[in-house]
Design a protein around this ligand. Structure first.
Ligand code: GCU
Ligand code: CA
Ligand code: CA
Length: 627
């Protein structure tokens, strides 16, 4: 399986002492007291020469009944921890302070006496700023006096805006395959999550993010043995946390990982990689920007509108359950109901290993329903395949079949359809159940249906070994198949190039342009996609260039000239591989194959495409399943 991948992550800056510049105006009083506000006994505040350099501020209160203040309000501060410092000389021991007043809180340090000629540095540490402004300055009272120079306010560490701590049974905590215990000392909150000792045992959380961002997940845990775990974000593995032994169940430690979060609700799932289960988990701290605890049932598909009679359960058997629903070629609406008492994940595939639905652990008070449209073809997978698959509609429920209480499948005519034109890296490859998931050839077209809701059907005509020739509008066999079904309002994604190694640039350009025109002439919508990289170590600029044909440049060119939405998967995947390194990236491809993705790779590329659809706000985003 995938190893520690940090998707789109840039580590947030939390280094403890990355001092930035002084944020004060006229900090050394070289311009007198300009920039500073004098208050109280102002007759006793003035600048004079003899500072550490240039001028200094002479500051006292002229009698025991007066207070003197020199202060400055600083605005535009990032949330975080700050340090205020000043150099002082002279002074007495009681009644003089360096202070900061931020967000209703006072932070101060007394100014000690120091002999004339010997400047001492006074600091106020650990000033917490949560708003964006602070008042800082010097106060003297009761006839105390001192001279001050070189005042500085510096950012020590930025908190990046927000940090949320999710405790067991509090907002954002969505469940544990096990129990909440409190029998080992040292936990925070009301206890800790203790999973069953089994492979795949999990703890689930939900975090709501104001925008797509990177965040650091910091787990506080204890374990008498090492218990490595996968982190799944929104249903996909995003990395691994080692959870090394802390020595005993009462010794707590922290391990963290950077992950990418999307805008809106995110499911965060910690899944045990071994039969020992997870360590005991005390809390999860999420550090990033614009974060809040999320809701625990982020896909609240309602059961009230469930179509059909739900009585097709008898078509299912085995574990994972296989449901053979019969019927002929065409589109079907499938609706499934899962029992509320079930608290594991859900995952459903249809036809030739197309993933139709996935959802993290359920923890609901009501039943959970899911529905989606399935496009049944013959052959059910790649159009030019000799293995036709299983005739009729078939489902495979890889997670949650024990909780299935109702199942309906009803034919629908003429649903909105997303067609896909592509090659083996896109195709509905065979199930290959004899091979482990990491060695199964899998096209992104097999995982992209997961991300669409119940009012669009995905029909994937990608086929191994095919290029623009098969999709020529003047006689391409696969174009003819799409064109026979294409209607107004439909969508066509095109990712072609891996198999155009002998196509001249001008021919490639005209074939793509012709497809775009033919799609539009039917009132349908094209989307161009540059092919994902081959993981052979080449930079983006050297990917997919055959003779005079530079696939990426041609697609960008057609997109510009024809004003077609373009998803630059080549660039996204190139940046991703550079970020995690070529050998880590290879875990997303089949064994040593540089070209073909396995299941996690197909899902990753599908997610890159989906996230671009959202970011570019391409109209098909209306059909995405709500996160
Ligand atoms: C012990 C310990 C538990 C822990 C368990 C485990 O029983 O008391 O808190 O969860 O071991 O091995 O997971
Ligand atoms: Ca346990
Ligand atoms: Ca706790």
């Amino acid at each position: 399986m995938a190893t520690s991948l940090v998707l789109y992550s840039t580590l947030l800056a939390f280094s403890p002492f990355s001092f930035s510049q002084n944020l004060l105006t006229n900090p050394g009083f070289e311009n007198g007291t300009s920039g500073w506000t004098l208050a109280g006994d102002t007759s006793a505040q003035f600048t004079e020469s003899g500072g550490r350099s240039g001028s200094r501020l002479a500051h006292w209160s002229s009698s025991s009944s007066y207070t003197a203040e020199t202060k400055q309000t600083v605005t535009g501060l990032a949330a975080g921890t700050y340090r205020l410092s000043a150099h002082t000389v002279g002074g007495e021991t009681a009644g003089a302070w360096l202070r900061a007043y931020c967000d209703g809180q006072n932070f101060s340090t007394p100014i000690p006496s120091s002999p004339w000629g010997s400047w001492a540095k006074v600091t106020v540490d650990n000033i917490q700023v949560t708003g964006n402004s602070c008042e800082v300055g010097i106060t003297t009272e009761d006839s105390e006096w001192t001279s001050i120079d070189d005042v500085a306010l510096e950012l020590v560490s930025s908190s990046g805006g927000s940090e949320i701590v999710i405790q067991e049974n509090a907002a954002g905590f969505c469940g544990v395959d096990g129990s909440i215990d409190n029998n080992h000392a040292g936990f925070t909150g009301s206890g800790f999550a203790n999973t069953n000792n089994s492979l795949g045992a999990s703890v689930d959380y939900s975090v709501d993010s104001d925008y797509a961002t990177s965040a650091t997940l910091d787990f506080r845990f204890a374990s008498a043995s090492s218990r490595p775990a996968n982190i799944e974000i929104n249903g996909s593995v995003a990395g691994t946390v080692n959870f090394n032994s802390t020595g005993s169940w009462a010794s707590w430690a922290n391990e963290s990982i950077a992950v990418a979060l999307r805008a809106g609700e995110n499911t965060i799932r910690l899944v045990s990689q071994t039969a020992d289960g997870l360590p005991n988990v005390d809390s999860l701290t999420v550090v990033g920007n614009g974060l809040n605890p999320g809701a625990c049932n982020p896909v609240p598909d309602s059961c009230t509108g469930m179509d059909g009679d739900g009585d097709s359960l008898l078509s299912c058997s085995g574990e994972p359950a296989v449901c053979l629903l019969g019927g002929g070629v065409g589109s079907y609406r499938v609706t499934m109901r899962f029992d509320a008492r079930y608290s594991g994940g859900l995952e459903v595939f249809a036809e030739s290993r197309r993933r139709m639905f996935t959802s993290p652990q359920q923890n609901t008070s009501a039943d959970r329903c899911a529905d989606f449209l399935v496009d049944v073809r013959d052959p059910e997978g790649e159009p030019y395949q000799s293995d036709h698959g299983t005739s009729g509609l078939n489902l495979r429920i890889t997670k949650g079949s024990v909780a299935l209480t109702a199942l309906s499948a009803d034919p629908v005519t003429g649903p909105k359809t997303l067609f896909i034109a592509g090659d083996s890296t896109v195709a509905d490859q065979l199930p290959q159940r004899y091979a482990p998931a990491e060695s199964r050839y899998t096209g992104w077209g097999q995982f992209i249906p997961t991300y669409f809701g119940n009012d669009i059907s995905v029909s994937n005509y990608a086929d191994s070994g095919e290029g623009t020739a098969a999709f020529r509008t003047d006689g391409g066999g696969l174009w003819n198949k799409i064109n026979a079904r294409l209607k107004s309002g439909d969508w066509v994604m095109i990712q072609l190039g891996h198999n155009d190694k002998t196509t001249p640039a001008s021919l490639y350009r005209s074939r793509i342009t012709n497809m775009v025109n033919a799609i539009r002439s039917k009132g349908a919508n094209p989307i161009l996609i540059t092919p994902m990289i081959r993981n052979a170590g080449d930079p983006l600029s050297a990917q997919h260039i055959w003779g005079d044909l530079n696939i990426r440049n041609e697609l960008i060119g057609v997109a510009n000239v024809q004003n077609v939405p373009l998803i630059d998967l080549m660039k996204l995947s190139s940046e991703w591989a550079e970020r995690i390194g070529r050998s880590a990236a290879q875990a997303y491809f089949v064994d040593n194959d540089r070209t073909h993705s396995n299941e996690v790779g197909a899902d990753l590329f599908a997610q890159m495409i989906i996230s671009e659809i959202r970011q570019q706000n391409i109209d098909i985003s209306d059909y995405l399943r709500n996160p």
